[in-house]
Design a protein around this ligand. Structure first.
Ligand SMILES: [Zn+2]
Length: 194
């Protein structure tokens, strides 16, 4: 955001809530938590404060609102990525979970790369150990797209702190889980070949 937008919005807030509430120290805090927003996003936040708050918003209110904006920006990006699904088989994840024909998918979760080859990006160097769904594999196993929930941490609070991406406990647990799943799959496929 350009400083002139910040300054003009702060002038409106000062006019509405009083200069005292936006002194140098507070304004510096607010700038720090909002500087990465676009002018439109900052305008949206301050419009909301001006139209709905009886008392002056605190720097922490700005920080919260800024985090919310950044989060919804990311979600909008994810949504737009997922509006058009090109591979129905894997829902564009690039890999599938499979199970032996006589077991349910929940009992036996092994990953393989989808034949659309999008998964090769995800598995990178491991693609040698995690095969692509070939007709032979397809005929031997049940397969289903992997649920998005598998990758989302249960608690998303604090992940997108203002300028950086924070590894929260919940996210770390999920990454650990995902690493375990990949290792289990790689192990399964290396045994499977012999
Ligand atoms: Zn696919």
């Amino acid at each position: 955001m350009k400083t002139d937008i910040f300054d003009s919005r702060m002038a409106l807030l000062r006019a509405a809530f009083g200069d005292k509430m936006f002194d140098l120290a507070r304004s510096a805090f607010i700038w720090k938590s909002c500087q990465t927003l676009t002018g439109d996003e900052f305008t949206k936040i301050t419009d909301h404060f001006l139209s709905s708050m009886r008392h002056a918003p605190l720097p922490s209110d700005f920080q919260q609102a800024a985090n919310q904006e950044i989060r919804s920006r990311r979600n909008a990006h994810v949504d737009s990525d997922f509006t058009e699904i090109l591979c129905r088989k894997c829902q564009d994840f690039g890999f599938l979970q499979i199970s032996e024909k006589n077991r349910s998918l929940n009992q036996f979760k092994i990953y393989c790369c989808c034949s659309c080859q999008r998964g090769l990006k995800v598995f990178g160097d491991e693609r040698g150990t995690i095969p692509i769904l070939s007709p032979a594999i397809e005929s031997m196993f049940n397969h289903a797209p992997v649920s998005f929930k598998e990758f989302a941490p249960e608690d998303t609070s604090g992940i997108f702190e203002q300028e950086s991406f924070v590894l929260t406990r919940s996210l770390l647990n999920k990454m650990q889980y995902w690493k375990g799943q990949k290792e289990m799959s790689a192990g399964f496929w290396s045994d499977f070949k012999h």
